[in-house]
Design a protein around this ligand. Structure first.
Ligand code: FPP
Length: 247
């Protein structure tokens, strides 16, 4: 587990604290943040995307290896055309930027989810980002886009069934099934943070969150700061994680 020098109750004897390998975030509250300032909801998403950039860099700097955010759910298509288009444009902007800067930023940007419903341009950019990421060393940032936990499990089940029918897959167990998920090869998140005051999972990482610790905060995502990550890690480090066992 990555360590960073820091003092405090969760620090070890050498003054280092345990930093999770994988942090995931439900970035909620962009719309309310914008409305409170008399701005259109899409301005909240633009501000939220800047927060994503800031928090991604912070997680990289403290030694997190995988960072996953929920940017667009399989249910978000129900929002207005204007809002959906704004989110698509943000994805385009961040993919183009990531393809250019991944090597110097040491952040590998991946899109997780069913990209087949995205425009051909966004699909091509997602694939280019994936190819570029393979050549880069750094933290992996997964942007879940047109992502739903149930949808991911159903897509994985379909792929497995195809492989099994073709005689290419062994009989199923949890480890094998995990390899068919969008998150194949990525450790499950130890910590999932939800901003914006709601306390539910909203179809995020259903399989991967089996033993994740949740931290909920009322802070709206555009206002979220690196110190909020520190507080969430501190809370995680005080939890008693038993994974179904007993003391
Ligand atoms: C939930 O807040 C947030 C979203 C549905 C979108 C999150 C997207 C971003 C932060 C932009 C990042 C994008 C990329 C491509 C990096 P909400 O709109 O439901 O807020 P509300 O509950 O206040 O209405």
């Amino acid at each position: 587990m990555a360590m960073k020098n820091i003092s405090g109750p969760s620090a070890d004897a050498a003054g280092r604290r345990a930093v999770p390998q994988h942090i995931a975030i439900i970035m909620d509250g962009n719309g309310r943040w914008a409305t409170r300032q008399g701005l259109p909801r899409k301005a909240g998403h633009a501000a939220g995307a800047e927060t994503f950039r800031r928090i991604t860099r912070y997680c990289r700097d403290i030694g997190v290896k995988h960072f996953t955010v929920y940017a667009f759910s399989t249910e978000n298509w129900k929002r207005s055309q204007d809002e959906v288009s704004a989110l698509m444009l943000l994805l385009k902007k961040y993919l183009i930027e990531a393809i250019e800067t991944m090597a110097q930023e040491h952040v590998k940007l991946y899109v997780m989810g069913d990209i087949t419903r995205l425009t051909p341009e966004l699909q091509a950019l997602s694939r280019r980002a994936l190819e570029t990421a393979k050549t880069v060393d750094g933290m992996q940032a997964n942007v879940c886009f047109n992502y739903g936990g149930r949808d991911e499990i159903v897509r994985a089940a379909r792929k497995y069934a195809e492989d099994y029918a073709a005689g290419k897959a062994a009989s199923l167990d949890e480890a094998l099934f995990s390899t068919y998920l969008d998150s194949a090869g990525i450790p499950d998140p130890e910590l999932i943070i939800r901003t914006g005051g709601e306390q539910r999972t909203s179809n995020f990482l259903l399989w991967q969150s089996a033993y994740s610790e949740y931290v909920f905060t009322d802070t709206l995502w555009p206002d979220f700061q690196p110190e909020d990550i520190d507080r969430a890690i501190e809370a995680l480090n005080h939890r008693d994680r038993r994974y179904g066992g007993a003391k």
